[in-house]
Write a protein that binds this ligand. Structure first.
Ligand code: NAD
Ligand code: IPM
Ligand code: MN
Length: 369
């Protein structure tokens, strides 16, 4: 049986609560003989800062580089508002993405049939929705230099962030999007602000050339990012794969999450380039944050976290059947009417994080045994 090393980084806020539910799923996968997952735990974000005065320690960075995959829950929270900028919890997450070379972030927004009435939009707008947002994750304004605040000495300060993209960065994320589209609805919508940004202009030029050269069989459309934000709530089912930069991808995926009923539903996979042996670094994490407003109450939705583990089975461990079984277990539990409090709708009562996790494990057990 294959043995896989997973580094689990629960992080902050609701992170430890939702991680506990993913660990139950991992225990079941081990028990059922799907594979052998050896789980190590580490610290990231505020939890790491409290322990080491660093948002991720060098030892945990090394373990992340050595692991077959990293599973991260969430980082950040008001407790760390006052820490020096370069040590803030989010910097641990950004370092993991950068140092592991995780340039491709897949954020699937799927509206489960049982949740078509839970979206803030009308049922027919979201029912059957299945969009894959492909977000560039190691470039753009998140990492461009200069990035600084200078004191101008006259009571004024000047803050600079720099959006930079080079051809190879746009090409490689474009390739991920086109390859993904071929396995789905065969359509890519590329989004930028080429009307005001040089980087957006280059983005459109590179995607257009790549399409013409290698992916002419896939339907390609370009849409300015502001228009795409509008179309996402007007008629989201027009989209199949959306490819966009780091910042637009961050914002558009939160928006897309609400089409599915809750931000607590959206998993993600962050993937690096494969080496000559076909191995690549990967990290799996919910799209949502540490939800400080509900942390410690036991009411967070664990579905994005469990779904992220499902994506690890699909994209790192070549276990598509087990990944399908996790998705089906989630769908069945929702079909039975179980809802955590974040899922809008008219459910007569809601369940806790633990009850939702237990119900998913019980469903999954039926398929695996
Ligand atoms: P957030 O995603 O943490 O929360 C936004 C809203 O969604 C809150 O009302 C929260 O209660 C709710 N929510 C989010 N996930 C939920 C879940 N699983 N179940 C139920 N409700 C859920 O965003 P925020 O409040 O803007 O940010 C809080 C902190 O999280 C910040 O420090 C931010 O930087 C960080 N953050 C981290 C990540 C990450 O670790 N990947 C992602 C986004 C934000
Ligand atoms: C996300 C988060 C992160 C981002 C933050 C916490 C750095 O919002 O994963 O969506 O902006 O990428
Ligand atoms: Mn985000």
């Amino acid at each position: 049986m294959s043995i896989y090393k997973l580094l689990l980084l629960p992080g902050d806020g609701i992170g430890p609560e939702i991680s506990a539910e993913a660990e139950k799923v991992l225990a079941l996968l081990n028990e059922a003989g799907v594979a052998r997952f050896e789980v190590e735990r580490g610290l990231v974000g505020g939890a790491a800062y409290d322990a080491h005065k660093q948002a991720i320690s060098e030892a945990d960075m090394t373990r992340a580089l050595e692991a077959d995959a990293v599973l991260l829950a969430a980082v950040g929270g008001p407790k760390w508002d006052g820490v020096p900028y370069d040590l803030r919890p989010e910097s641990g997450l950004l370092r993991l993405r950068k140092d592991l070379g995780l340039f491709a972030n897949l954020r699937p927004a799927i509206c489960y049939a049982a949740l078509a009435d839970a979206s803030s939009l009308k049922r027919d707008i979201v029912d059957g929705l299945d969009i894959m947002i492909v977000r560039e994750l190691t470039g753009g304004v998140y990492f461009g230099e200069p990035k600084e605040i200078t004191d101008l000495g006259n009571g004024q300060k000047r803050a600079v962030d720099t959006q930079v993209y080079e051809t190879y960065e746009i090409e490689r994320i474009g390739r991920v999007a086109f390859e993904m589209a071929r396995k789905r609805g065969n359509k890519v919508t590329s989004s930028e602000k080429s009307n005001v940004m040089k980087s957006g202009y280059l983005w459109r030029e590179v995607i257009t050339a790549l399409h013409k050269r290698e992916y002419a069989d896939v339907k390609l459309e370009h849409m300015l990012a502001d228009a795409l934000a509008m179309q996402l709530v007007r008629w989201p089912k027009q989209f199949d794969v959306v490819v966009t930069d780091n910042l637009f991808g961050d914002m558009l995926s939160d928006e897309a999450a609400m089409l599915t009923g809750s931000l607590g539903m959206l998993p993600s996979a962050s993937l690096g380039a494969a080496d000559e042996k076909g191995k690549r670094h990967a990290m799996y994490e919910p799209c949502h944050g540490s939800a400080p407003d509900i942390a410690g109450k036991g009411i967070a939705n664990p579905i994005a976290m469990i779904g992220s583990l499902g994506m690890a089975l699909r994209y790192s461990f070549d276990l598509p059947k087990a990944a399908d079984a996790i998705d089906a277990a989630i769908a069945n539990v929702l079909a039975k009417g179980l809802r955590t409090a974040d899922i809008k709708g008219d459910a007569p009562s809601t369940v806790s994080t633990k009850e939702m996790g237990d119900a998913i494990v019980a469903e999954l057990k039926k398929t695996l045994s």
